[in-house]
Design a protein around this ligand. Structure first.
Ligand SMILES: NC(=O)c1ccc[n+]([C@@H]2O[C@H](COP(=O)([O-])OP(=O)(O)OC[C@H]3O[C@@H](n4cnc5c(N)ncnc54)[C@H](OP(=O)(O)O)[C@@H]3O)[C@@H](O)[C@H]2O)c1
Length: 249
């Protein structure tokens, strides 16, 4: 039987590419984000690519910044899909937050979306899966959880904290038949930041999505995308010369 996946932040970038990749592999889809009109267009595109109607595609408005409302916002989507098997916690933002330049509001907003909003989404997913008796939670963290990037301190902090939260959730939930997978994308060509192409080994959202879905299907607890060359370089994280990252800032 085909599985059902719910993706947050599906209106652009990696989330949108994940929708196409999961659809290509036969999954039913729940797509959530703030920009509903983009989700409607995405659903139309998916339906014209797969016109036989075999895949259920439901969309729903979600603002993870309203952390207390996340479970309530996802509930009707989950209901219309008749339950979900996988939740991809992907919604996220990045902002330049140079230190000492009056960016506290921006920094707090990044933490709210990427950490508090992401935790609220994991909570909602876990609640559903505990009732259902099984499930899989996929958290989209970042390589920035392992490597500090100047002027993106709030982003790095949000992802490092989210990774730690996911790892605790993984240990806590594995005996309840709920798998938690932590994905660390490197640099992916999306609108999240200007000039993504200047970052090393940047890949398309489509390539990232292909690798992420393969990790999910293999129920891996951890994965970096693109796998190469980052897998080889992983032991060096935290040991690269600061000058290298200063040049990218
Ligand atoms: N691109 C990279 O190089 C890279 C690297 C590592 C990790 N990541 C992570 O990958 C994830 C997706 O990023 P992306 O690169 O695909 O960026 P993107 O193209 O800007 O997409 C971000 C998505 O998150 C959604 N979103 C943002 N704030 C939200 C909120 N408050 N509530 C609900 N949805 C919200 C956006 O939808 P709406 O605006 O419609 O709500 C959008 O669909 C993020 O968690 C990001 O940190 C990206």
């Amino acid at each position: 039987m085909n599985k059902t996946v719910l993706i947050t932040g599906a209106s652009s970038g990696i989330g949108r590419a994940l929708a196409f990749e999961f659809a290509a592999r036969g999954y039913h889809l729940g797509l959530a984000a703030r920009r509903l009109e983009r989700l409607q267009t995405l659903r139309d595109e998916l339906r014209s690519r797969y016109p036989n109607g075999a895949r259920r595609i439901e969309i729903g408005a979600l603002d993870v910044d309203q952390a207390q409302e996340v479970a309530g916002a996802l509930a009707p989507l989950i209901k219309s899909l008749r339950g979900v098997d996988i939740v991809v916690v992907n919604a996220g933002v990045n902002r330049f937050t140079p230190v000492g330049k009056g960016q506290l509001t921006q920094a707090a907003a990044v933490i709210q979306t990427n950490l508090v909003g992401a935790i609220a989404t994991v909570e909602a997913a876990a609640e559903h899966f505990l009732t259902r008796g099984s499930g899989q939670i996929v958290g989209i963290s970042s390589l920035a959880s392992l490597q500090a990037i100047p002027k993106q301190g709030a982003y790095c902090a949000s992802k490092a904290a989210f990774s730690m939260y996911l790892d605790a959730a993984r240990i806590e939930l594995e005996r309840k038949n709920i798998a938690v997978c932590q994905v660390l994308p490197g640099f992916v060509l999306t609108d999240i930041m200007p000039k993504m192409e200047k970052y090393p080994f940047a890949v398309s959202a489509e390539q990232a999505a292909r690798e992420i879905v393969t990790l999910v299907e293999n129920r891996k607890p951890f994965g970096i995308v693109p796998a190469y060359p980052w897998k080889w370089l992983r032991p060096l994280f935290g040991h690269f010369p600061d000058a290298l990252w200063r040049r990218l800032a």
